[in-house]
Design a protein. Structure first.
Ligand SMILES: [Mg+2]
Length: 254
């Protein structure tokens, strides 16, 4: 018998999708609707469950997974961790070695000493990547080449990228795409049965791995062109709208 649901899983970014990018309060009403959606998905199997795929450190992803009642492993720290909320098992990507961790420790220490006096800070909680925070986006833009140059000169296997408030250094062989690869290997999902949600170009790695991809209205222009559907609503309200399209019955439009 054909599955009653169009997809088996929705892989969703957190910042800019479930929670605001800035310091605004969470949209508790929308998140509660998503938690109810997930409970129904687990109980009835009539719609794809939602799981998380985020650059955030594992503890933040764990907290979100518990609030949303997620029953499928989540991807944290841009693919570094696969965290299973049903067993509390944390698994670091087996491709991360001692030399990788040493390079991350080195760049962390270098940035801390060099930039701490300028009001920058290392984001707490990460294991095999590092994010440098500064409240002034333009200050970060002015440091990007210097950090890239240092990584190159030292031979660190790190990819240096920017989001609005952070410069992110991630291992070159680890990404949201490899994290999804770990999830697929662990749970046996098929690409044609996966959906995804994201808001910035880092989420193109989710797009690559899923059959149906959607964005909330606040998504970057570049990513919107890769989406099958762009919600007219922003952030978590947009995700609720996207999930409604994946539901059965009159509300489901997919
Ligand atoms: Mg995001």
């Amino acid at each position: 018998m054909a599955s009653p649901r169009p997809y088996d899983l929705v892989i969703c970014d957190i910042d800019g999708c479930l929670t605001p990018e800035g310091t605004e309060a969470f949209d508790r009403e929308a998140l509660e609707r998503i938690a109810r959606y997930n409970r129904q998905a687990r109980a009835a199997g009539d719609r794809p469950e939602l799981t998380l795929c985020s650059g955030r450190p594992q503890p933040f992803v764990e907290a979100m997974s518990r609030f949303l009642g997620i029953g499928v492993p989540c991807i944290a720290e841009n693919g570094v961790w696969l965290y299973d909320p049903t067993t509390n098992a944390y698994r670091i990507d087996p491709g991360i070695g001692a030399r990788d961790l040493e390079a991350v420790a080195n760049i962390t220490s270098w940035m801390r000493h060099r930039y701490a006096g300028a009001g920058a800070a290392i984001q707490p909680g990460k294991t095999a990547s590092v994010s440098l925070y500064h409240a002034d986006h333009h200050w970060l833009v002015a440091r990007l080449d210097e950090i890239r140059g240092h990584c190159h000169a030292e031979g660190f296997p790190l990819r240096v990228s920017m989001s609005w408030y952070y410069i992110n250094c991630d291992l070159v062989h680890i990404s949201k795409a490899t994290g999804i690869g770990q999830l697929i290997a662990a749970k046996g999902f098929a690409r044609e049965r996966l959906a995804g949600i994201g808001d910035t170009m880092g989420d193109a790695a989710i797009r690559e791995r899923v059959a149906f991809f959607a964005c909330p209205a606040n998504a970057d222009d570049g990513l919107r062109t890769l989406a099958d559907y762009v919600s007219p609503f922003e952030v978590a309200t947009g995700v609720v709208d996207i999930l409604e399209r994946l539901m059965p019955g009159p509300a489901g439009r997919s």
